[in-house]
Design a protein around this ligand. Structure first.
Ligand SMILES: C[S@@+](CC[C@H](N)C(=O)[O-])C[C@H]1O[C@@H](n2cnc3c(N)ncnc32)[C@H](O)[C@@H]1O
Length: 377
């Protein structure tokens, strides 16, 4: 969808189709407005879910900004003026952001540029140069935060998705029509990329309703002809094996039980389990889905809340992800955004700092005890 360069009649057609996609998703999700009732919801997500419900009252605005509702976005990009940026955000906002980034917050924005340069270098190091070139983020639905560099456009989050896609490919984590379950899939950016290169993969996105709604808007725009499975299609989730190739299915977090005893070719969680309270973490991580799926791919914090900076309302650490008997195929520091410096107040002073904990990346297979045998399939 090249909405930023489309004439105004085309733009209003696009806006109305985004609005009707939101309405359709809400209609097909019986418990859409019940996520604040999820037991043990952590503070960060209770706020985000509440704010998203508020934002949905203005459907016009929610559809325009569907990629950056409620304190979540494609993450900061360096100050830059471009036609595409002006078309997506308007002249005054683009100019104001540019001046802010070049004057008052110059060093903070230079640090963002340096981090993006490092991320690009890592992506190239793992063989992702073609993916970088083939996927300019400003041409994807709803993109508003982007930065032109290296004859393409990127954002911090988009570079994360390109890296994850590259790893999924290089480590052959998904068979041709394999089943992939991702918990915490946000607006579906990674799913959109995986679908482009692996059109037969069957994917299940697990998240809060408002995030699934954003994913539906995003993925339906990209793949209007795909089979999209809504939360009210319970029987499809009860029989995951019979999902047709290329299916994109949206499962609300509160209904994870429907699939928790199944297994997949790949189960993943990126930047999410480590933000949950222990009971919620356990409801996912102890499930058969996480224990028995052929591969698990996890990127999370070494320590969710270090003692000197209580970042998340969670006491999870890297130790909680290690299972007895599990075979760890890869374990390392997650390299993307690793050198990022963010201006923030910690211990009474404000300055540029790294995040309170690094992130680890782990690919594993089940223990012998948890492995699913052919007879059980
Ligand atoms: C920091 S974002 C990361 C998003 C995405 N995986 C990425 O790497 O860009 C955390 C995601 O986890 C989701 N999330 C948080 N708590 C959750 C829960 N209890 N069940 C399912 N998803 C959850 C959030 O809604 C959000 O989409």
């Amino acid at each position: 969808l090249q909405s930023s360069s489309a004439p105004s009649s085309r733009r209003s057609e696009v806006a109305s189709s985004l609005r009707s996609n939101i309405e359709e998703f809400v209609r097909r999700a019986p418990d859409f407005y019940a996520d604040l009732g999820i037991a043990d919801l952590d503070e960060k997500h209770a706020k985000i879910v509440g704010a998203a419900y508020e934002q949905l009252k203005d459907l016009e605005r929610a559809s325009r900004n569907f990629r950056s509702w409620s304190a979540q976005s494609d993450m900061t990009v360096p100050g830059q003026l471009s036609w595409a940026g002006i078309k997506a955000n308007g002249l005054s906002l683009s100019l104001a952001k540019y001046i802010y980034a070049k004057t008052l917050k110059r060093s903070a924005y230079e640090a963002v540029g340096a981090s993006i340069a490092d991320d690009i270098a890592v992506l190239k190091m793992v063989g992702g140069s073609d993916l970088l070139r083939e996927n300019p983020v400003h041409l994807t639905p709803g993109a508003r935060d982007f930065y032109f560099v290296e004859k393409t456009s990127v954002s911090t989050r988009w570079l994360r998705y390109l890296y994850l896609l590259r790893q999924i490919q290089a480590k052959e984590l998904l068979p041709e029509a394999g089943l992939w379950v991702d918990v915490g899939s946000y607006y579906g950016g990674l799913q959109g990329l995986v679908r482009k290169y692996h059109p037969k993969v069957r994917m299940v996105l697990v998240d809060f309703h408002h995030q699934l709604c954003r994913s539906y808007v995003y993925l339906k725009t990209l793949y209007p002809d795909a089979e999209h499975v809504f939360p009210d299609q319970i029987s499809a989730f009860q029989d995951l094996d019979s999902l047709p190739p290329g299916t994109i299915a949206y499962l609300p977090a509160r209904s994870f039980d429907l699939i928790s005893e199944h297994h997949a070719d790949l189960v993943s969680n990126f930047f999410s389990l480590g933000e949950m309270r222990r009971s919620v973490f356990e409801s996912y991580y102890s499930s058969r889905m996480f224990r028995s799926s052929s591969r698990s791919y996890i990127v999370n914090r070494v320590v969710s809340s270090p003692f000197f900076e209580g970042t998340y309302d969670s006491d999870i650490s890297m130790l909680d992800y290690i299972r007895h008997g599990q075979r760890v195929l890869d374990f390392d520091i997650f390299p993307m955004h690793h050198y990022m410096l963010i201006e923030r107040k910690v211990l009474g002073t404000t300055r540029l700092r790294n995040v309170s904990s690094p992130y680890f990346e782990m690919v594993a297979t089940p223990s012998d005890e948890d492995r699913v045998t052919n007879n059980e399939k």
